[in-house]
Write a protein that binds this ligand. Structure first.
Ligand code: ACO
Length: 323
């Protein structure tokens, strides 16, 4: 049985760090409020010349180096983003060009904060279907460019950055002892679109628009939706919370992360948290967290790792994999 096994990982962050204290001078907020409600202490914000494509390229190059591969070894790039460099061409194609890749295919995938989970699931389907051997899966975002910097209810929450993994086709036994993606569960429900959206777009206003969010409404749905797809992943594989080595959640809010872990009976020392350092980087948050935890040796080869995310749409999903 073909499995999609993680061959490498990497990340890239903008140069500039913006602390909560710095935001206190821009909007009516406080470090105490932000930390207490979200767990965020700082975020990285893209400066001149830093874009979703440039950060994505940085993460891709780091993942290739980590894997000991070159762009020639990749046959598909999937970029999860809601903040593309241009409406078209796809930013994935821009990254393909920056990598000097003149073969294969590249496309963007848009599921907001669930984007990376959607992209890994899609890459796994391509690999298991025999359509690709090695897929570069990137999550890259510049949410700072769609924020209303006068709206304190949203501008303190988000950050910019990129992370990437390389998935490679390898033969497995077809059991949960195999390395690679074991199962994935994706969900969406467009009835919730008004709770988290961008009020612009090429087909409506002709503008880029700004992010709008009913934070309390998103919060209300988050834990239930996350636990739903995690329980579905456990059920599909006959695993339980006790089998997990690591939960790597989308990093939106410390309270959502802790609430979901508690509801599922996952101890907090098995949860990777980077929201304090990066803020909510949407589709980049999971690969940034994977890069941190695999990079410092917490996540090791053979560990059972659960990814989960929930975001605009709403979209939500989980991926259970053996690292
Ligand atoms: N600083 C100080 N005060 C603030 C700030 C701020 N930055 N923002 C809001 N407040 C005030 C509000 O005005 C309100 O004041 P009031 O009581 O006088 O009206 C008070 O704080 C409480 O506001 P709430 O919105 O009720 O605060 P809450 O505890 O719900 O926290 C938060 C807000 C952090 C946004 C929370 O609701 C949340 O995390 N929601 C989920 C958001 C999320 O995860 N979004 C990402 C999904 S992923 C994606 O797809 C992009």
């Amino acid at each position: 049985m073909i499995r999609s096994v993680v061959r490498g990982f990497g990340a890239a962050l903008p140069k500039r760090v913006v602390t909560n204290q710095e935001l206190e001078s821009k909007v009516d907020t406080s470090d105490e409020w932000i930390v207490q409600r979200t767990g965020i202490r700082q975020r990285y914000i893209a400066g001149e010349g830093e874009t979703t494509a440039s950060l994505g390229e940085g993460a891709a190059r780091a993942a290739l180096a980590n894997a000991g591969l070159t762009p020639d070894d990749i046959d598909l790039i999937i970029l999860a983003t809601s903040t593309p460099d241009n409406t078209f061409p796809a930013t994935a194609v821009n990254i393909q060009d920056r990598l000097g890749m003149r073969h294969g295919a590249a496309f963007d995938m848009q599921a907001v904060c669930s984007g990376f989970v959607y992209a890994v699931t899609t890459a796994d389907a391509y690999i298991r279907g025999g359509l690709a051997k090695r897929v570069l899966v990137i999550g890259s975002e510049t949410f700072s460019r769609i924020l209303d910097w006068n709206d304190r209810t949203t501008c303190v929450l988000f950050g910019d950055g990129a992370g990437a993994i390389i998935l490679e086709a390898q033969e497995g036994e077809g059991t949960i002892a195999d390395r690679g993606v074991l199962t994935a569960k994706l969900r969406s429900d467009g009835a919730h679109r008004d709770k988290l959206y961008v009020d612009g777009g090429p087909s409506t206003t002709g503008t880029v628009g700004h992010l709008k969010m009913e934070g309390r409404e998103v919060f209300k749905h988050a834990v239930g939706m996350i636990t739903d797809v995690i329980e579905a992943a456990f059920e599909a594989t006959g695993t339980t919370a006790e089998d997990l080595d690591w939960l790597v959640p989308h990093q939106a809010n410390r309270r959502i992360i802790d609430g979901s872990a508690k509801k599922l009976g996952i101890p907090l020392d098995k949860v990777v948290v980077t929201v304090d350092l990066h803020g909510n980087t949407s589709a980049a948050s999971i690969p940034l967290a994977l890069n941190a935890a695999a990079g410092d040796g917490r996540i090791k080869k053979g560990d059972l790792v659960l990814l989960e995310a929930m975001g605009g749409g709403f979209t939500w999903g989980s991926v259970l994999l053996r690292w």
